[in-house]
Design a protein around this ligand. Structure first.
Ligand code: F6P
Length: 561
């Protein structure tokens, strides 16, 4: 256990989340979220003095950069980490403009703009492309503060960029954000990293290089093991917002005071637990009945909806249509990096801002849920009424809007406005975002738990779309089926290629490419093969009869043959 990185470990709090009630699920996720601020085991999370000192140093670095000509701040990451970097860059650029300063924040996300709203996980393994993109974006600048985000201290895409910064210290100041000790950084080799470099090598260099900063508080394992979009994403947001907020204002607050404000805000969410549980229950039923969940929001609130939805695909192998987010204004597209015309454009990116939402929602399956985020509930009243006439459930997440609610309308309200601290507008908006993120994460995670996509607290239907997830899948099969590494790997590979044959002439990269065209339940089938010592064909047959993936782990499904 000691050698397993914290970000991959199982959290004792949620060991039985899969059999809990919706209220229980919400409470357990909340309890785990609070570990970000209050600590885990003997670690003190974001309240750690060493970390707080480093955050104050980080603030100074950002301030210097904001005042230096020909300099920029680049935020880079993969998946959720890249998405949160994008949101921070966009938000703080707006603040720069409001303060008549040049917008200095830039973002890079592995897989490009499409990866902001679609899962493009394989790019995470490419340090060469990471480096090229960094070179390209920083080419004309003299000074660059580079912030590489990788919750697990694991992504080679970010590792390559950090290595490039370390090799060019006259221009780059690198900062690494993640949530494991350096000793637990990933030591796996990936094919494209020359000299067999690993993320661990780069983390060590970062830790021992003067001027480089490693910010790696231990915030404890995720509520669903490995789901770094949850606590990892939240902690990343708190860190970035705290630092960039402090760097942008003249008050002499310390990082600890700002973080305390977030802690209070997130802690207060507990009072809305019952309402969130009602929505989790509805959302779970919705997925079980093949209905859909939709989020509608404007500006960054709308983007949070799109992001939350997109992350369910790799985590739970959910279908693109199960949960989707829509923008009600064009804020998102306005803030994207320019990309060459031939780059991949995800349909989600393309459809982010439909002209007519009521048309888009015309074909929603009966009893779907549409979640309106903040002021969009009020702006979209005619749409709300139309959807209600059709028997869909409406949820309103109220955060910053102050309008009173009509108690007669049949709308489920989650009133998070009580959690917003009474500080300045920037802090209020930033707190609103983190609270919204946690609320959406709870709804989508809870719904998938209820759908049976989680066994104990393990994501048993994860999509094996990069090297990290390949090894995570083997670990899941090994530990749940009690088989050795070789058996788990063999079953996984047979399930990927949908064959009973032994495959031993292909590389991990090829396995991952093959997953792209196999939307079956790759990991559950492999698990079933390992558990029942049966062939791919037999396991696939059993799987087809099993609508609830979790049942294969409890044995419910196996008795049906
Ligand atoms: O590979 C999938 C994934 O785990 C995403 O869920 C996550 O957001 C992304 O990788 C990035 O992970 P990390 O922040 O650890 O680099």
């Amino acid at each position: 256990m000691d050698s397993i990185p914290y970000t991959e470990r199982r959290n004792a709090i949620t060991m039985n989340i899969d059999t809990d009630t919706p209220e229980g699920i919400v409470d357990l996720i909340h309890e785990c979220n609070m570990e970000v601020f209050n600590g885990y085991e003997n670690h003190t999370g974001l309240s750690d003095d060493t970390i707080l000192n480093k955050l104050d140093q980080f603030v100074s670095l950002v301030r210097i950069n904001l005042q230096t000509e020909n300099s920029i701040i680049v935020l880079s990451g993969c998946g959720t980490s890249g998405r949160i970097g994008f949101l921070a860059a966009t938000f703080f650029n707006e603040l720069c403009l409001q303060q008549n300063l040049p917008p200095k924040y830039r973002y890079i996300i592995a897989g490009g703009n499409s990866a902001l709203v679609t899962s493009i996980e394989a790019c995470e393994d490419d340090p060469v492309i990471g480096t090229k993109e960094l070179q390209c974006i920083t080419d004309t600048y003299e000074h660059v503060l580079f912030v590489g985000i990788t919750c697990g201290l694991s992504a080679p895409f970010v590792g390559g960029q950090l290595e490039y910064c370390l090799n060019n210290p006259q221009k780059f100041t690198p900062v690494l954000i993640g949530f494991n000790p350096v000793s637990m950084a990933r030591r796996t080799h990936v094919s494209k990293w020359i000299n067999d470099t690993t993320f661990y090598d780069i983390s060590l260099r970062m830790e021992t290089t003067a001027g480089a900063l490693v910010i790696n508080p231990i915030i404890g394992p995720e509520p669903i093991s490995g789901s770094s979009r949850m606590k990892g994403g939240s902690a990343t947001k708190v860190i970035l917002d705290t630092v960039f907020y402090l760097a942008s204002c003249n008050n002499m607050m310390k990082a600890s005071e700002v973080i305390e404000m977030y802690r209070t805000a997130v802690g207060t969410m507990e009072i809305e637990g019952q309402d969130m549980a009602t929505v989790v229950e509805q959302a779970g039923e919705c997925l079980l009945n093949n209905a859909s969940i939709r989020y509608v929001g404007s500006s960054t609130f709308g983007i949070w909806g799109m992001i939350d939805a997109s992350e369910c695909v790799p985590t739970y192998n959910s279908s693109y249509n199960d949960i989707r987010g829509f923008m009600a204004n064009d804020y998102f597209r306005k803030n994207l990096n320019p990309e060459p015309p031939l780059s991949f454009v995800s349909p989600a990116l393309h459809e982010a801002t439909p002209d007519d939402l009521s048309k888009t929602f015309e074909d929603l399956p009966p009893s779907s849920i549409v979640v309106f985020i903040d002021k969009d509930y009020l702006l979209q009243k005619p749409l709300v009424e139309k959807l209600q006439e059709k028997g869909h459930h409406i949820v309103w997440i109220k955060i910053l809007s102050t309008e009173l609610f009509d108690p007669n309308s049949n709308v489920k309200i989650i009133d998070l406005s009580k959690c917003i601290p009474s500080t300045d507008v920037t802090m209020q908006y930033s707190s609103a975002e983190i609270i919204l993120k946690l609320c959406l994460n709870t709804i989508s995670t809870g719904a998938h738990v209820m759908k049976g996509k989680v066994f104990q607290n393990i994501m048993i239907d994860v999509r094996v779309s990069n090297v990290k997830l390949f090894y995570r899948a083997i670990d899941i099969i090994k530990s749940l089926a009690g088989v050795d590494y070789q058996t788990a790997e063999r079953c996984l590979i047979q399930s990927i290629y949908q064959t009973n044959d032994i495959i031993n002439d292909k590389t991990i990269d090829q396995h991952i490419m093959a997953v792209a065209s196999n939307h079956d339940h790759v990991v559950p089938i492999a698990l079933l093969m390992s558990l029942s010592n049966c062939s791919y064909t037999e396991a696939k047959l059993k799987m087809d009869k099993c609508p609830i993936i979790r049942d294969i782990c409890t044995g419910t499904n196996q008795s049906s043959t």
